[in-house]
Design a protein around this ligand. Structure first.
Ligand code: ATP
Ligand code: MG
Length: 566
């Protein structure tokens, strides 16, 4: 295991090297499922509630740590009984049902590699991901199987076992319920090594073709640590991460980190619904809530009045990830919930939170926060194979010094693309940002999304944040379009709050507002009204798609596209 380094920020040993005894795997081995589940049972905490599952139709089911230990052991035995071996790929394709969590933990116990897929994917994105990941097992539902898998299952040569949630299965598949009931609840968790692959997550596909990112068992050290430091997870905390495990947040901070930290985690099967969400926070006395800007903007759009009937006094810490969190959303949430959503930044590749507004930090609305303890982050200018470190206040690419345990180890079958991420011993994030004199990082935009207009560099986030301060604007996506004189001009697509009608006067008013906030060089020349913005299923605005359509270019990989109405 890595020798403890000293954190620049706290000047103490880096806690992920296990200062607090959170990790206690047998010497030389580390297994995520052991740390997340088995260890709690061994230490006499098996009766504590691990998972509260809320079904779409109002059902509630509680699972203790002992229940999860039992179910994951059974699942591990099912895999072994079918001849599957450590390293084989297990995919899940289902909504947020308890079986998904049993399968994830059981796969890790047995030393196989788990990949959750978002259940709303169409057949083609499912198939390509299963091919890239050499899927040996798929766990899904009868309905999803029939609609999305049956037609091509025989064409995936590696696929050996399909488990169907429930008591019955179509021909050629195995029913999950009876298989679990017939399996032993005793399983000796495999002593995986720190560098053994554990999870493969596909990126959101915001900027192009999604990458299959490999994470190893040692990542659990960082999940344990960052959950405590950045999300305030302690034993018994009632915690709700709203992300789907089909995305990295929903696994790392929706399964691993909370369980390792022995919290009670809430899993809601349903999709976003404002009243349901508010009622859940109130009824279950949620203490820590981890969500995303797209949901927070929907809350804002509904207004403070929609939140007023609910009691949010249980909330102790709110955090957000996935996209830039507009300053407006930080200020609004502080007013409505008694404390703001705390922005944090990371990527599928980093496997864990890298930059954060941690509990106790002073929040600067619009900033992603400071580098996590032990994480070295920089801002650089890249020219060819060399990097130049930039000063505070300058905009450049956000880079990280590799070495923390949850960092990716590969892009599946894309070695060259992986190698390109590293220059001079730094990992290049592909995001542009600025660091201020206090060490806070400010997101500017994806490197690909930067707009160059009349000699100015414009980050879409700045323009979008100014636009949503206009009372009519709910969400905004901003792109640059080629222009002979200016190089590029700024163009904005916006959705409106209820009670506003799109017309020319409103368009002029929004442009005027932006000009006042940003100045004429940076303010959008044109504002287009849309019913929705094209977004990935993980809730990110797909600016590249707005741009491709604007310019009549090919749309590229849109396998993760969700909403899209003009
Ligand atoms: P792809 O790499 O396939 O284009 P993606 O980068 O959207 O997709 P993810 O790994 O899910 O896939 O998302 C990470 C990216 O999300 C970051 O690189 C950054 O651009 C954005 N992001 C995440 N958190 C924040 C944040 N707090 N502020 C601004 N941007 C964020
Ligand atoms: Mg990315």
């Amino acid at each position: 295991m890595a020798k403890p380094a000293v954190s620049e920020r706290t000047n103490r040993p880096v806690p992920w090297a296990d200062a607090d005894g959170i990790i206690d795997a047998p010497e030389g081995s580390v297994n995520i499922a052991y740390e997340a589940v088995d260890r709690h049972v061994l230490h006499g905490n098996g009766a504590e509630r691990a998972l509260l599952w809320l079904g779409k139709e109002g059902e509630r089911r509680d699972f203790t740590y002992a229940d999860l230990a039992d179910a994951s052991a059974r699942f591990a035995n099912v895999l072994t009984a079918h001849g599957l071996k450590p390293g084989d790929g297990v995919f899940s394709l289902m909504g947020r049902v308890p079986e998904l969590y049993f399968a994830a933990l059981g796969t890790l116990k047995a030393g196989l590699v788990f990949t959750p897929l978002f259940s709303a994917f169409g057949p083609e994105p499912i198939r390509t991901r299963m091919e890239i990941g050499d899927a040996a097992v798929l766990v899904t539902t009868a309905q999803l199987y029939k609609r999305k898998i049956a037609a091509w299952r025989d064409q995936i040569p590696t696929l050996r076992l399909i488990l169907i949630v429930g008591d019955e299965a179509p021909e050629g598949c195995v029913a999950f319920g009876p298989a679990m009931a017939g399996a032993s609840a005793e399983f000796e968790t495999r002593r995986t090594g720190p560098d053994d692959p554990a999870l493969v997550h596909f990126t959101s596909g915001t900027t192009g073709k999604p990458k299959g990112v490999v994470h190893v068992h040692n990542a659990v050290l960082y999940h344990a640590f960052s959950g405590r430091v950045a999300l305030d997870l302690t034993p018994g905390t009632i915690y709700w991460c709203t992300a789907d495990p089909g995305w990295v947040t929903g696994t790392c901070y929706g399964i691993v980190s909370p369980l390792v930290n022995r919290v009670t985690m809430i899993v809601d099967e349903a999709e976003f619904d404002l009243d349901r969400w508010y009622a859940t926070v109130q009824r279950e006395k949620v203490e820590v809530w981890y969500s995303a800007p797209t949901a927070i903007r929907m809350m804002m759009r509904a207004g403070a009045a929609a939140a007023a009937p609910y009691d949010f006094s249980s909330l102790r810490f709110l955090a957000s990830v996935g996209e830039p969190l507009n300053p407006e959303a930080v200020i609004w949430s502080a007013q409505v919930f008694g404390q703001p959503f705390h922005d944090n930044w990371w990527q599928t590749e980093t496997g864990g939170i890298m930059i954060a507004n941690c509990p106790g930090d002073e929040v600067k609305p619009g900033s992603m926060g400071k580098a996590m303890p032990g994480i070295e982050a920089g801002i650089v200018e890249r020219s060819g194979d060399t990097l130049r470190q930039l000063d505070d206040g300058e905009v450049g690419e956000l880079v990280l010094r590799p070495g923390w345990p949850s960092m990716m180890r590969a892009y599946l079958h894309e070695q060259a693309r992986y190698n390109k991420c590293f220059v001079d011993d730094w990992y290049l994030s592909g995001d542009l940002a600025m660091r201020d004199a206090d060490g806070y990082f400010w997101f500017v935009g994806r490197a690909d999304d930067l707009i160059k207009t009349s000699g100015h560099l414009v980050g879409p986030f700045e323009v979008e944040s100014a636009l949503i301060e206009h009372p009519a604007v709910a969400e905004a996506g901003v792109i640059g379009i080629p222009d002979e004189t200016a190089g590029e001009i700024v163009k904005a697509y916006v959705t409106l709050n209820p009670d506003f009608t799109p017309d020319e006067a409103l368009e002029r008013d929004i442009r005027g507002h932006a000009r006042k906030k940003l100045g004429p060089a940076v303010a959008p020349r044109e504002v287009v009204f849309r019913n929705t913005l094209p977004k990935t299923r993980s809730g990110k605005i797909m600016r590249r798609l707005l741009k491709a359509r604007e310019l009549g270019l090919p749309e590229g990989d849109i396998s993760t596209l969700e909403t899209d109405e003009t």
